[in-house]
Design a protein around this ligand. Structure first.
Ligand SMILES: Nc1ncnc2c1ncn2[C@@H]1O[C@H](COP(=O)(O)OP(=O)(O)OP(=O)(O)O)[C@@H](O)[C@H]1O
Length: 363
């Protein structure tokens, strides 16, 4: 999969940016604050429907403007082309596919798959479980699109159960909870089964990519917790926890509490990893997800590596660049300077300065 043309309007410092990207390695070079990460952020917004940076969504919109828009022409391996658009105006997102407005975000992100490694990515290893669930669900969604429907049904029923628990407090009325629990149970078991299948398929890819990046940590094991006891059906677990959940005012068990970790032979606890190793593990997890995506769909997702040179040492930069060059992925790498580790690898260069992006040499 690759983006041939990218247009960005009023995203942070980027205004009226038009870039023709190559299907191989694209290198975006420029000083601090030039707008390099914002280019990757635009790709991420199209592929995830949210930014990889924390903060208010309105902060994405260029100061003084009332909306932003991103447009991309995307091609997949079957040489199918799609024109994708995403805009934000009046506090709402709007998705366009092939000129048709009003499409839902799930449809948009299904057409554009990108993985991104950026300075905040170590949160995948060291941060809250939410980061790891998002990672997992992104992958599951791209191999099984119906996952999103089950997940949304589950979340709707979860919100209703929580609201009922809060209204009822200690005066529990089981009949008001049962329909929501039945729905949570049906949708939640489907979510769990899709996640488990995905985890099983991901394991060999994780072995391969983590071994390549952090061989010193020894054999890796992926531990997955589904969010409720392995011995119980979800409906049973929810029923059993009604009183405790009512005291807390929310549902503390179910697939919305799932989590996973990678555990290494020579670093059995997360605290045994250095910050650099956390980053490498996060990168390994992303590349594993990319290669599983390629196995299922026939092509790699777009790979975005933000500020590669300051995140990884030279040897790791070289091995990542070489690995990606060998799998024919479209790669977007940013840096404040030319990345020496990419020497000898065919790359297209873009200069980024004051929100302006220019190909070098110009075509
Ligand atoms: N809403 C906004 N409106 C206008 N400018 C913004 C807005 N939000 C951020 N900016 C500016 O846009 C630029 C965004 O920079 P970005 O993070 O893309 O730069 P970068 O080239 O990746 O920098 P670095 O190398 O420092 O990471 C910064 O100059 C920032 O001050």
């Amino acid at each position: 999969m690759h983006i041939r043309r990218l247009q960005i309007q009023s995203l942070r410092s980027l205004d009226d940016v038009r870039i023709e990207l190559e299907s191989g390695l694209n290198l975006l070079i420029g000083p601090n604050g030039a707008g390099k990460s914002s280019v990757l952020e635009a790709v991420y917004l199209l592929s995830h429907g949210r930014s990889f940076r924390s903060g208010a969504r309105e902060a994405l919109i260029q100061r003084g403007r009332d909306g932003l828009s991103i447009f991309a022409e995307v091609s997949d391996t079957a040489e199918r082309h799609h024109r994708l658009g995403l805009g934000r105006q009046g506090g709402r997102w709007q998705a366009h596919i092939d000129g048709e407005a009003g499409r839902n975000m799930g449809e948009l992100v299904a057409h554009c798959a990108a993985i991104c490694f950026e300075p905040g990515s170590h949160a995948l290893i060291a941060g809250p479980a939410e980061e790891r669930r998002r990672y997992l669900d992104w992958g599951v969604f791209h191999v099984e699109h119906t996952f999103l429907m089950h997940w949304r049904r589950y979340q709707r029923a979860l919100r209703q159960r929580n609201a009922t628990l809060r209204v009822q407090g200690r005066m529990l009325d089981a009949s008001a909870l049962e329909p929501w629990e039945a729905e949570m149970s049906r949708a939640g078991e489907a979510v769990e089964s899709a996640r488990r299948d995905y985890i099983d398929r991901l394991r060999p890819h994780l072995d391969q990519h983590l071994h390549a990046l952090v061989p010193e940590l020894g054999a890796v094991r992926l531990e997955y917790r589904r969010g409720w006891s392995e011995e119980q059906a979800l409906g049973e677990a929810l029923e059993q926890r009604r009183e405790r959940d009512a005291m807390r005012g929310h549902t503390a068990t179910g697939p919305h509490r799932a989590d996973w970790h990678v555990v290494f032979e020579h670093a059995p606890q997360r605290e045994h990893l250095s910050r650099g190793q956390e980053k490498l593990c996060a990168l390994g997890c992303m590349l594993a997800q990319g290669s599983l995506y390629a196995e299922s769909s026939g092509s790699w997702p777009i790979v975005c590596l933000d500020d590669l040179a300051s995140e990884l040492d030279q040897a790791h930069q070289r091995s990542v660049a070489a690995a990606l060059a060998s799998v024919q992925a479209q790669v977007l790498i940013t840096g404040t300077d030319f990345v020496p580790a990419l020497d000898g690898i065919d790359a297209t260069l873009f200069h980024v300065e004051h929100g302006d992006v220019r190909r070098h040499p110009p075509t």
